[in-house]
Design a protein. Structure first.
Length: 287
């Protein structure tokens, strides 16, 4: 199986919109992979085609420019090459600013880019894909164009929404098993409002978001051997038993703990930098 996956952090002025960019290339042999429960993605296919099969069993082929709505569970994907895929993993706030679609009703599906982007924005990304295919610009240049399009999102967040989303992200990044009471105490709105806003931005209430993020963190620890044993032991201690660990990792990554230790395209997809608050607690502070 031939593949290459690279991730790039956004520039400082794009960090509020993009968790990370990624560039995936494969040879002519089809590659089948599990795709973790990611946030929304803007994807430009320079060449090749993807076919996603989501948790509810429906399949959707994709080429050109398209958007994958937030995933609440793992999906399967077949990459048909030779393939060059360039993607941007959107922050939860950026998804609302770009699409204004609630994640609890619009998730685990592909959305034609023309539904969300303006004709001018779509034309710019299609032109960038063609220029990259012809060798006139690099995949990194396509990432720059994607960041510009995402940053020009037409919708603004209300103050309440922005405050609660920020509080949820800080709460998730505060530890492996933070108390719900700490989240509710950190905001000036009711618990019901926190749950409603969380469902809109993250797809599910806070307790379920934490469960998903905990499973993704466990998968990152198991698939990234460079992370410390201390982190491994601290995170694993949050699980009641091995059966719960295996169930949650399979639900949110599509793999078992043993499979996560095998080199695959998913190894790159589970780098902490690509998962926002889910990965922040695994990443040492800089500076």
């Amino acid at each position: 199986m031939q593949f290459d996956a690279r991730m790039m952090l956004p520039s400082a002025d794009r960090a509020e919109f993009v968790h990370t960019y990624y560039i995936i290339e494969t040879g002519s042999e089809p590659v089948t992979e599990s795709i973790p429960a990611y946030s929304a993605q803007l994807i430009v296919m320079v060449r090749g085609q993807l076919t996603f099969t989501f948790a509810d069993g429906h399949s959707a082929p994709a080429s050109g420019v398209f958007i994958k709505a937030p995933q609440l569970r793992a999906a399967q994907c077949v990459l048909e090459g030779p393939l060059l895929e360039i993607g941007a993993s959107l922050t939860h706030a950026a998804w609302q600013r770009l699409a204004n679609l609630p994640a609890d009703t619009v998730h685990d599906r592909l959305i034609p880019a023309a539904v969300i982007l303006s004709p001018e924005q779509l034309g710019r990304l299609e032109a960038a894909a063609e220029a990259c295919r012809a060798g006139r610009i690099t995949p990194e240049d396509v990432c720059t164009a994607m960041g510009d399009v995402i940053a020009a999102a037409p919708f603004a967040l209300s103050e309440d929404h922005a405050a609660v989303v920020g509080a949820i992200q800080r709460w998730l990044a505060s530890g492996f098993d933070p108390a719900l009471a700490d989240l509710y105490a950190s905001v000036d709105v009711s618990e019901r409002q926190v749950q409603r806003i969380c469902r809109r931005f993250f797809g599910v209430p806070p307790a379920q978001v934490l469960k998903r993020f905990r499973a993704l963190r466990a998968a990152m620890v198991l698939s990234q051997p460079g992370l410390s044993q201390e982190l491994h032991d601290e995170l694993m201690a949050t699980y009641f038993d091995q059966a719960h660990l295996i169930h949650d990792i399979r639900r949110y990554t599509g793999r078992t703990p043993t499979q996560l230790r095998q080199r695959s395209l998913m190894t790159g997809l589970l780098q902490p930098a690509g998962h926002g608050a889910a990965g922040a607690v695994l990443t040492p502070p800089t500076g």
